[in-house]
Design a protein around this ligand. Structure first.
Ligand code: ZN
Length: 189
């Protein structure tokens, strides 16, 4: 059961992960240059996280019973302007977003996505800049698609009310209501 090192209570942060034998060492995935600092990506942790387009570089305890998972962008297409599709080459700034993700083993998981804002390279494009995004964590989204899906499913299929699902998942009423509406619309498609 190699997969659970990530959430093991003994893993109290990056030093613990490296020093206590919790780490899996198959770090073969190469940084793409999108990363802020070309930090090594832990492919095992990335696989466990299960969000395509990002790689895990660092896991730590949040000090409140939860886990903070630091990720960087690995999918080069995240650098394509969402308006015109042209790949950007000029970085405007580095930013960190904090989408909520599914809890694991009863611990909440917050992602810290270290990513870049790029200047669009196409002079005709109305969009001057954009941040990297992936299908599972669209720009400006405060939840991952997986958590949004779970919230919608809890109401639609799990017999939970919006209030109950919100309490279970630590989400606001409007957020769960919207997730439910999206889930129901998808199911009825
Ligand atoms: Zn553009």
């Amino acid at each position: 059961m190699t997969g659970l090192w990530f959430w093991h209570p003994g893993c109290k942060g990056p030093a613990g992960i490296r020093d206590r034998g919790c780490s899996l060492r198959n770090r073969s995935q190469k940084p793409t240059g999108l990363n802020n600092n070309d930090t090594e990506i832990n492919t095992a942790a990335t696989h466990l996280l299960g969000i395509e387009g990002v790689g895990v570089v660092h896991v730590e305890d949040d000090g409140a019973g939860g886990t903070v998972v630091h990720v960087v962008t690995t999918n080069a297409s995240a650098r394509a302007c969402p308006s015109c599709g042209v790949f950007a080459t000029s970085r405007k700034e580095r930013v960190v977003t904090r989408p909520r993700h599914l809890s694991c083993g009863g611990r909440t998981a917050v992602i810290r996505w270290h990513k870049s804002r790029w200047r669009c390279a196409e002079s005709q494009c109305p969009r001057t800049s954009f941040t990297e995004q992936t299908r599972q964590i669209p720009a400006r989204m405060r939840l991952t698609e997986a958590l949004r899906h779970q919230a919608g499913k809890a109401v639609a299929d799990g017999g939970r009310t919006v209030v109950q699902a919100g309490r279970d998942l630590g989400l606001s009423w409007p957020t769960v209501q919207q997730a439910f509406a999206e889930y129901a619309a998808h199911v009825l498609d």
